[in-house]
Write a protein that binds this ligand. Structure first.
Ligand code: CIR
Length: 255
């Protein structure tokens, strides 16, 4: 798997009004802009051409663009976010994806799914069942994936926001995982790098073309990823963490 391109969305002025359960204090919007630019530079360092979309002022969480579409090597699906305030973001992201994928598939009511709940592992897509991603959303997404020749696997996620809040696939059969997800039966075949509870946020790290983007400030996890043979690029995303967002949700990656 090689990614060639990433699509990101500039933080909007109302970023600080995004949904959060983190309790980490107010978002510094100016710092968020700087961090977002540095994130884009890290993607470029991994060889990606980065397309930066205009901010959507009516959608404070629209910077978390990963959630509104699943981009696979064989086609793309626009999601239907489970968070009511995020519904509609996908319609603004569709036209740019049509440039690369042609016709898009779409999740329809009553389905809800956010792609932070979807982890690609080769031809398999692990899909978390969370408050954001319901049974109908899973069924619709699984049907699209199966029509592409892929397989969908449902994963119980517990209380996490999204599946990838707690687990990331680093290719080469290696999973970075925290908490109960590290012991989840459907992941038994993988080599697991366990992320300690006090660094749980770093379980959302991002493999791109052989390197791994890791949030800055989680030294044990960064060291464990390095020990597995990867170059680690640390990226400070403190302001996005305050909004429950991680590294993966800030971009759509396209093969
Ligand atoms: C939300 O609650 O929807 C945003 N504040 C954070 C979304 C993070 N998305 C992700 O981890 N895939």
């Amino acid at each position: 798997m090689t990614f060639t391109r990433a699509i990101v969305r500039t933080p909007c002025k109302r970023l600080a009004e995004g949904i959060t359960t983190a309790g980490l204090g107010p978002v510094d919007t100016n710092l968020a802009l700087v961090q977002h630019r540095n994130y884009c530079k890290a993607l470029e360092a991994c060889g990606l051409a980065v397309e930066v979309l205009d901010p959507l002022e009516d959608y404070p969480d629209s910077i978390f663009i990963e959630d509104v579409a699943l981009c696979t090597p064989r086609g793309a699906i626009l999601t239907r976010p489970g968070a009511p305030t995020r519904r509609g973001e996908e319609a603004h992201t569709g036209p740019v994806l049509e440039k690369y994928f042609g016709r898009l598939h779409r999740i329809e009511n009553p389905g809800t799914i956010e792609a932070g709940d979807i982890m690609m592992v080769g031809d398999r897509y692990f899909i978390g069942r969370t408050a954001r991603s319901n049974k109908a959303g899973f069924a619709q997404m699984a049907a699209f994936l199966e029509s592409f020749g892929y397989r969908a696997v449902a994963v119980p996620v517990g209380d996490l926001l999204h599946l990838k809040t707690g687990v990331s696939y680093l290719e080469n059969n290696i999973l970075l995982a925290t908490g109960a997800l590290a012991d989840e039966a459907c992941f038994a075949e993988f080599d697991i790098i366990r992320v300690d509870e006090d660094e749980a946020y770093a379980a959302n790290s991002l493999w791109i073309n052989g390197r791994v983007l890791c949030p800055a400030g989680y030294p044990k996890t960064a060291a464990a990823i390095r020990a597995a043979g990867y170059e680690v690029i640390e990226v400070d995303v403190s302001e996005f963490r305050k909004l429950d967002g991680g590294l993966s949700c800030l971009s759509l990656r396209i093969a």
